[in-house]
Design a protein around this ligand. Structure first.
Ligand SMILES: *Cc1c(COP(=O)(O)O)cnc(C)c1O
Length: 363
């Protein structure tokens, strides 16, 4: 069977060379005589894998030495609780910008834990069709941090800039845009991301945290959520998600072999431009996101007719263009075009869109 173009928002496509390498090594890894899945996480073979994964990610993202890299479990959603529990003690309160569903969940989770958190900006009234403008004066001067979601997977928006928070640590959920382009890590206090969008299979959560922010954890918080414990134990306080870390390492290796994040960005810009240029050139499909907030990873569009949207997703699926249905909460269509989506996949999508528009005139 042929591989399809999979536009799923996550879990999502992995680069074919990565899957092929994993397949070749699946049963016997190197000289170990066993699969990575079967290895002790304390074995020399596995230690080399996790150390290489970290070293490659540091190189790829140019992570400064005063930041720790943690390979955790629980998904990005677990960090919605871990963030305030690790940081809020710095001052006792924290600010949030709500630009979509995941940042809304992060805010609610902190509220649920009883913390003094404030939503300083939201674009909810505009159906999240753009990201809020955040300026320094909007943030409470004694906030322990400002939390944002950098790329909004469901709505297809992204901050076109890194908000300037002054001395207040910026905490950002980068689940759906991590390693899609270079980012200046030093502008963030904490970056976290679930792996299953653009990095690896599900099961791994990446946390990149500035060292001086490791000292504010609640005394009575669950050990497994405490970044400091994980940092002191090299992400091996308990069994890490071993195989997923190995897969992430293969993905990092693949990107490095292509030339790193500058090259990745070039490829991603080219793909997104092809799709947005087409959307802007016609009137059959509407792209609801304001141009300045457009995501390079998740591209949303609608026909304006729910039945046609449904037909589009279904017929695209039959043509080998899978998972184009928008998130269940917003409808329409969404093409997630992460690192692993080849340019040809986007070309095939645009060709299909043209064909569909011709064959299905609107009443
Ligand atoms: C998918 C996603 C999440 C949720 O991730 P889980 O790993 O499923 O918890 C959170 N934030 C963003 C931006 C996402 O895209």
């Amino acid at each position: 069977m042929n591989r399809v173009y999979n536009f799923s928002a996550g879990p999502s496509m992995l680069p074919l060379p990565v899957l092929e390498k994993a397949a070749a090594e699946l049963v016997c890894y190197g000289e170990s005589g066993m699969s990575v899945m079967e290895m002790s996480h304390r074995s020399p073979d596995y230690e080399a894998i996790i150390n290489d994964a970290e070293a490659m990610l540091r190189k790829l993202m140019n992570i400064p030495d005063n930041y720790k890299v943690l390979f955790l479990q629980g998904g990005a959603s677990t960090q919605f609780a871990a963030v305030p529990m690790n940081l809020i003690k710095r001052t006792g309160k924290a600010d949030y910008a709500v630009s979509g569903q995941f940042s809304g969940k992060a805010f609610k989770e902190a509220q649920k834990l009883g913390y003094d958190v404030k939503c300083i900006a939201t674009t909810k009234d505009d159906n999240f069709d753009h990201v809020p403008v955040i300026t320094r004066d909007m943030i409470r001067p004694d906030a322990a941090y400002l939390h944002i979601c950098f790329n909004n997977t469901i709505y297809g928006t992204k901050y076109p800039y890194i908000p300037d928070t002054g001395d207040i640590p910026l905490v950002a959920d980068l689940s759906s845009c991590i390693i899609s382009e270079p980012v200046d890590v030093s502008k963030f206090g904490v970056i976290y991301a679930g792996a299953q969008k653009n990095m690896a299979p599900a099961g791994l959560t990446l946390v990149i945290v500035r060292e001086d922010l490791l000292d504010y954890a609640e005394a009575d918080m669950p050990t497994m959520l405490e970044w400091k414990t994980m940092a002191e134990n090299g992400s091996m306080y308990n069994t890490p998600p071993c195989y997923t870390i190995y897969m992430a390492k293969l993905v990092y290796e693949w990107i490095l072999s292509l030339g790193g994040l500058d090259v990745m960005k070039e490829m991603n810009v080219k793909k997104a431009k092809l799709l947005y240029d087409y959307l802007d050139s016609q009137s059959y499909y509407l792209a609801p996101v304001k141009p300045e907030s457009r995501s390079m990873m998740n591209v949303t569009f609608v026909t304006g007719d729910a039945d046609l949207d449904k037909k589009f997703a279904s017929e695209a699926g039959k043509a080998g263009l899978k998972n184009l249905k928008g998130h269940r909460s917003v409808g329409g269509m969404r093409a997630s075009i992460y690192n692993a989506m080849p340019y040809e996949g986007v070309e095939a999508l645009v060709a299909f869109m043209k064909d569909f528009a011709e064959k299905n005139p609107k009443a």
